[in-house]
Design a protein around this ligand. Structure first.
Ligand SMILES: [Zn+2]
Length: 95
Protein backbone atom coordinates (compact mmCIF):
# COMPACT_ATOMS: atom_id res chain seq x y z
CA UNK A 1 0.00 0.00 0.00
CA UNK A 2 1.28 3.42 -0.84
CA UNK A 3 0.51 6.55 1.09
CA UNK A 4 0.76 9.90 -0.61
CA UNK A 5 0.98 12.85 1.64
CA UNK A 6 2.16 16.40 1.13
CA UNK A 7 5.13 16.93 3.38
CA UNK A 8 7.16 20.02 4.03
CA UNK A 9 10.40 19.67 2.09
CA UNK A 10 12.62 21.39 4.65
CA UNK A 11 11.14 19.27 7.44
CA UNK A 12 11.69 16.06 5.49
CA UNK A 13 15.25 16.95 4.53
CA UNK A 14 16.12 17.61 8.15
CA UNK A 15 14.99 14.19 9.28
CA UNK A 16 15.72 12.09 6.23
CA UNK A 17 17.89 9.01 6.18
CA UNK A 18 18.90 8.22 2.62
CA UNK A 19 19.29 4.48 2.49
CA UNK A 20 22.06 3.03 0.41
CA UNK A 21 23.56 -0.42 0.45
CA UNK A 22 24.72 -1.29 3.04
CA UNK A 23 24.73 2.02 4.93
CA UNK A 24 22.81 5.28 4.83
CA UNK A 25 23.45 9.01 4.49
CA UNK A 26 21.97 11.91 6.43
CA UNK A 27 20.16 14.29 4.06
CA UNK A 28 20.63 17.15 6.48
CA UNK A 29 24.39 17.23 7.02
CA UNK A 30 25.60 14.67 4.45
CA UNK A 31 27.04 12.36 7.06
CA UNK A 32 27.72 9.00 5.44
CA UNK A 33 28.08 5.44 6.70
CA UNK A 34 25.06 5.52 8.97
CA UNK A 35 23.75 2.21 10.24
CA UNK A 36 20.30 1.91 8.67
CA UNK A 37 19.26 -0.86 10.98
CA UNK A 38 19.52 0.96 14.28
CA UNK A 39 20.39 4.66 13.90
CA UNK A 40 17.65 6.62 15.62
CA UNK A 41 19.35 9.91 14.95
CA UNK A 42 22.26 11.34 13.00
CA UNK A 43 25.59 10.66 14.77
CA UNK A 44 26.88 14.10 13.71
CA UNK A 45 23.92 16.46 13.44
CA UNK A 46 21.95 14.69 16.20
CA UNK A 47 18.72 15.18 14.31
CA UNK A 48 16.20 12.43 14.80
CA UNK A 49 15.37 10.36 11.75
CA UNK A 50 11.69 10.31 10.89
CA UNK A 51 11.81 9.54 7.20
CA UNK A 52 13.78 7.25 4.99
CA UNK A 53 14.24 7.10 1.26
CA UNK A 54 15.77 4.58 -1.06
CA UNK A 55 17.97 5.63 -3.94
CA UNK A 56 16.55 2.81 -6.02
CA UNK A 57 13.37 4.50 -7.09
CA UNK A 58 10.27 2.60 -8.01
CA UNK A 59 11.63 -0.54 -6.36
CA UNK A 60 8.80 -1.87 -4.28
CA UNK A 61 10.84 -4.84 -3.05
CA UNK A 62 13.60 -2.61 -1.71
CA UNK A 63 11.09 -0.27 -0.12
CA UNK A 64 9.48 -3.28 1.55
CA UNK A 65 12.86 -4.52 2.80
CA UNK A 66 13.64 -1.13 4.28
CA UNK A 67 10.23 -0.85 5.84
CA UNK A 68 10.75 -4.25 7.45
CA UNK A 69 14.07 -3.03 8.87
CA UNK A 70 12.70 0.26 10.14
CA UNK A 71 8.95 0.16 10.72
CA UNK A 72 9.33 3.34 12.82
CA UNK A 73 10.35 5.48 9.84
CA UNK A 74 8.12 6.85 7.12
CA UNK A 75 9.35 5.67 3.74
CA UNK A 76 9.34 8.28 1.01
CA UNK A 77 10.19 8.02 -2.65
CA UNK A 78 13.59 9.58 -3.26
CA UNK A 79 12.64 10.74 -6.75
CA UNK A 80 9.71 12.66 -5.24
CA UNK A 81 12.09 14.25 -2.79
CA UNK A 82 14.50 15.25 -5.55
CA UNK A 83 11.69 16.63 -7.70
CA UNK A 84 10.36 18.70 -4.83
CA UNK A 85 13.86 19.95 -4.09
CA UNK A 86 14.46 20.92 -7.71
CA UNK A 87 11.10 22.71 -7.82
CA UNK A 88 11.78 24.68 -4.67
CA UNK A 89 15.25 25.65 -5.87
CA UNK A 90 13.88 26.72 -9.24
CA UNK A 91 11.24 28.70 -7.39
CA UNK A 92 13.85 30.52 -5.34
CA UNK A 93 15.82 31.24 -8.46
CA UNK A 94 12.83 32.82 -10.19
CA UNK A 95 11.99 35.12 -7.32
ZN1 LIG B 1 23.24 14.56 9.93
Amino acid sequence: MRVWQDLDLAEVKKHLLICGDPSGDCANCREVGINIQNAKSCPTGKTEFKYMATRVTGSTSQAKRLKAKRPDLIAIDFSDFKDAKTRSEAHKFLR
